[in-house]
Each structure stands twice: as structure tokens, then as C-alpha cells.
Design a protein around this ligand. Sequence first.
Ligand code: FES
Length: 116
Amino acid sequence: MGAVALGFPIFSFVGFRKISEKKIIFPPDAQHAAANYKEGVYLMSSKDGFNTLSAKCPHLGCTVNYDAVSKKFKCPCHGSTFETSGKWTSGPARRNLQELPVKKNPNGDIETVIKI
Ligand code: FES
């Protein structure tokens, strides 16, 4: 009985942890800049089209900032940097920013989904 009482909090945390998804929509008027930020997601536009990236640094989870001058993402916490494609270039993160799915709706909205 004691083992059950002791194990329940651990099991409930691990077994029932709910991962949900959040839909982020960029309307047409929010698609003109090279980098558009909304709720933890960057929409990057280039002559080749659009891509969306999670703004969460893969090192310890800080929100990266886009620097329009250097055209790089920079993490304010420990200084990792990333290209506009999300590719890691320096710092302790050592992994790329997470690329998210992109879908263009018939009304011109660009839609992506992020796990929270
Ligand atoms: S959290 Fe971004 S480099 Fe550490």
C-alpha cells in the first residue's frame, strides 16, 4: 500500500502528462517582414517562400530574438546563434531550432502548429 501511495505521484506525472498543440495563424498582413513573431513562433519569409521555426532555444528553452542587422537568431541567455533557416551556428545549443509545419490556407493565412 505504501509503494502505491509513493508511486502514484510519479506515475501520474509521467503517465498522464498531457502534451497539447497550439495552432498559430499569420494573416496576410503579417507576412511581409523577413521575420514575423507570434506566440513562440517565427514565420520567416524569403524569395523561396515561407518557413516557420520554434523560437524556443534547444539549449535550455529561452526565447531567441531575431537580429535584422546580422540576419541571425540570437539567444539572450547563453549566446547561441542560428541562421534564418534555424541551423545552429554557435554557442552551447548545438542543435537547430525546431522547424514547424507550414500550411497556406485558401484565404491567404499561413498556419502552423506548435506543441506546448
Ligand atoms: S538557453 Fe539558449 S543558449 Fe542557453
